[in-house]
Design a protein around this ligand. Structure first.
Ligand code: CMC
Length: 430
């Protein structure tokens, strides 16, 4: 986006001083406020924005999001079009490189990513060292950090070709790791990726192949999985992406940055929400009535999980696509009665003043858990699915950040609220 030369006039009522602050792309630079001082030794004005409610932390060309109008575009392409026409690995390359690849470029990329899917034996041993009931996200985080130990050369951020190899390695291996977390939790042996299969086919096969080698995923399920991964592939400066950028700004290796993204995604207000949605729907299925549940939500006792978004103040366009994909998957697997409960909750919420007033609409997580469950995945695996889908977005944003000359180590300021200077008191005198 281009910016006109615009300025903002600020009068400081504390001093009567006037300032002219440049405005570019609808933003002012927070550091421009530092000139606004009450005296020479004043530190200068800061902004206070504890949850980054109104702070652009970077300039980014990856994903466009208009939350008021429910618009999401990857590198300019509407999410509805890429979900219908593209594949997950094509979207990954689009996010990373900025344009749709040629046929030859895409084939070479797919070959490279699929060749990177096998994980080393010591990582398999690491997964096996966890208790069988360990949360797969905790294992995924550890395994991602451990992969970094295999690549000490990854600290050389100036070498683009070397970094491209790490990117391919992470996109390839994260799916295998995800499948292995599932196999481990079931006490099943790992299934190696097969270079003749696509990414999503490989993932389903590594999950469900039996010891006789029998399993061919239904192509409709492969397509639905690919769509789900595409829908999760990037979402601009969300909590986990910001974690990846922030940790990466210290110039640590990319594996550690992605492990930080996995940690952020693990939280119930972020990637963990789809797991929480299923638990909520089950509770309602188990006897709690919808009006009773809704009263609890409106009374502030709990949240309607899968509803609301920091940026979307309209229907999340991904939720619409997922709802449709749910129907496609249920054609293969049979209908999950929880879908009716979810649709019922949605209908009531969309007409209820509490939700209307606060602009709370279904988000991507409201329906995604239902598909994952239909694909045979337990709730603990849902966030892992989100992580596999989000990996290309994290990597594209990380890559953009390390090439951005304006980025420095991420280091916010604070408003100090503690005690004034005081003298240390010996233990005997306290
Ligand atoms: N159910 C009921 N009330 C809600 C909900 C909800 N899901 N979400 C927000 N509110 C209310 C909230 O209580 C507050 O009301 P009041 O103004 O009376 O205090 C108002 O709406 C504004 O909420 P907020 O917490 O200030 O909004 P936020 O931008 O900080 O939070 C959110 C965004 C996504 C964390 C929140 O909407 C939420 O907790 N939703 C449920 C969890 C969820 O579905 N998370 C997935 C997000 S999408 C996937 C992802 O990005 O990871």
């Amino acid at each position: 986006m281009t910016s006109k030369a615009e300025t903002l006039n600020i009068t400081d009522n504390r001093t009567g001083q006037q300032y002219e602050v440049p405005v570019a792309d609808g933003t002012i630079r927070a550091t421009d406020l530092r000139q606004i001082k009450t005296s020479d030794d004043d530190f200068g004005l800061m902004t206070y924005d504890p949850a980054y409610m109104n702070t652009a932390s970077c300039r980014s060309a990856v994903t466009y999001l208009d939350g008021d109008n429910g618009v999401l575009r990857y590198r300019g392409y509407p999410i509805e079009q890429v979900a219908e026409k593209s594949s997950f690995l094509e979207v990954a390359l689009l996010l990373l490189d900025g344009d749709l690849p040629s046929k030859a470029e895409l084939e070479a990329w797919e070959k490279d990513v699929i060749a990177a899917m096998p994980v080393p034996e010591h990582i398999e041993a690491l997964i096996n060292s966890f208790p069988q009931d360990a949360h797969p996200m905790a294992m995924l985080m550890a395994a991602m950090a451990a992969l970094g130990a295999d690549h000490p050369e990854a600290v050389d951020l100036a070498d683009d070709a070397l970094q491209r190899k790490q990117i391919i390695n992470i996109i390839g291996k994260i799916a295998t790791l995800g499948a292995y977390m599932y196999r481990h939790s079931k006490g099943l042996p790992f299934v190696k990726p097969d270079p003749s299969k696509s990414y999503s086919e490989n993932f389903l096969t590594m999950l469900y192949q039996d010891d006789k080698g029998g399993y061919t995923p239904d192509p409709r399920l492969v397509k639905a999985l690919d769509v789900l991964l595409i829908l999760h592939a990037d979402h601009e400066q969300n909590c986990s992406t910001s974690a990846v950028r922030s940790v990466g700004s210290s110039q640590v290796d990319v594996y550690s940055s992605i492990a930080a993204g996995i940690a952020a995604l693990y939280g119930p207000l972020h990637g963990g929400a789809n797991e929480a949605v299923l638990k909520m729907l089950r509770r309602i299925d188990g006897g709690q009535t919808i009006p009773e549940f809704m009263e609890g939500v409106k009374g502030g006792k709990e949240r309607l999980m899968g509803f609301g978004h920091r940026v979307y103040k309209n229907y999340d366009p991904r939720a619409k696509i997922i709802k449709k994909a749910c129907e496609d998957v249920f054609e293969v697997t049979g209908k999950n009665p929880l879908l009716d409960i979810a649709s019922g909750l949605e209908e009531i919420a969309l007409a209820d003043e509490y939700f209307v007033k606060r602009k709370l609409y279904p988000n991507v997580d409201f329906y995604s858990g239902l598909i994952y469950e239909a694909l045979g995945l337990p709730a603990e695996m849902f966030t892992v699915m989100f992580a596999i889908g989000r990996a290309p977005g994290w990597l594209a944003q990380w890559n953009e950040m390390i090439h951005d000359k304006e980025q420095k180590i991420s280091r916010p300021r604070q408003v100090y609220t503690g005690a004034d200077e005081r003298d240390y008191v010996e233990a005997s005198a306290r």
